[in-house]
Design a protein around this ligand. Structure first.
Ligand SMILES: Nc1ncnc2c1ncn2[C@@H]1O[C@H](COP(=O)(O)OP(=O)(O)O)[C@@H](O)[C@H]1O
Ligand SMILES: [Mg+2]
Length: 241
């Protein structure tokens, strides 16, 4: 049994390595192409070396952040659990994250509201859960047009499980696309005008699973004021701690 488990772990690690190599090939190829084009421009006198280098540095930052995100996702997926789990209150954590996002929503003309319970203890890694929640709020803010609303909720379900949800009044994700938007690098057609790498929901999903939890994507509150139906993203964790 021990051997089986080791073999399973090795297999998952190998898979993680392959996935990282595969995921980084296209951003690195893009960076290479941009550097090549910049070099040609500089040689032709069409651009200053400093400009080309500044651009290349920015591109490198992009590749690095993609790398970090892919690595975090792969490690979580390979481990399938959190290393040294500690108990923490999801309601308290959400309150801290809400303080960061309230002003961001106001800046964008979105109505922000939060309904946060307390004593919602789960066991795991507080930073990962915080990052997952931030990724969901980032999406809500990014994809919901001015005049819309973003709602954050943390509560205990009647089953005892702990649920944090982010609901927005934006375009939502059509039911047929809900399974694939959590895959790495998947971005829906009408989102491509917004910045993003398509890794946010993959990390959220990996964080949920490493906590023996789940990510649910559903329709939001429905069509209103010419937009909608909105998205409701919920993280459900088993109670613990
Ligand atoms: N709140 C949302 N409203 C509408 N579409 C969303 C929302 N969240 C995610 N999506 C869709 O799912 C895709 C994947 O999301 P994500 O993994 O966070 O990547 P990114 O935000 O970098 O594009 C987005 O590109 C978008 O098409
Ligand atoms: Mg995102």
């Amino acid at each position: 049994a021990m051997l089986d488990r080791l073999e399973g772990l090795m297999g998952r690690l190998r898979h993680a390595g392959d996935a990282i190599a595969h995921d980084l090939r296209s951003p690195l190829t893009r960076l290479h192409a941009r550097l090549e084009a910049a070099l040609l421009d500089v040689e032709a006198g069409a651009a200053q070396p400093a400009e080309a280098l500044t651009q290349a540095l920015e591109d490198t930052d992009g590749v690095l952040s993609t790398f970090n995100a892919v690595l975090a996702i792969s490690r979580l997926e390979a481990a399938g659990q959190i290393g040294n789990p500690t108990a923490f209150d999801v309601g308290r954590l959400a309150e801290g994250v809400a303080e960061l996002y309230q002003p961001l929503c106001e800046d964008k003309g979105l109505d922000f509201s939060a309904e946060l319970g307390r004593g919602l203890y789960i066991k795991g890694d507080e930073r990962f859960v915080s990052q997952a929640l931030a990724n969901l709020l980032d999406n809500a803010v990014k994809y919901t047009a001015e005049g819309g609303a973003v709602m954050l909720r943390a509560r205990r379900r009647s089953s005892g499980d702990v649920e944090i949800s982010v609901t927005d009044t934006g375009p939502g994700v059509p039911e047929v696309d809900r399974a694939r938007v959590v895959e790495r690098f998947v971005r829906l057609e009408n989102s491509r005008t917004k910045p993003g790498s398509g890794l946010g929901l993959s990390l959220v999903q990996a964080v949920a699973e490493a906590h023996a939890g789940r990510l649910y994507l559903d329709e939001g509150p429905g069509a209103m004021a010419g937009s909608g139906p909105g998205l409701r993203a919920a993280l459900v964790f088993p109670a613990g701690g």
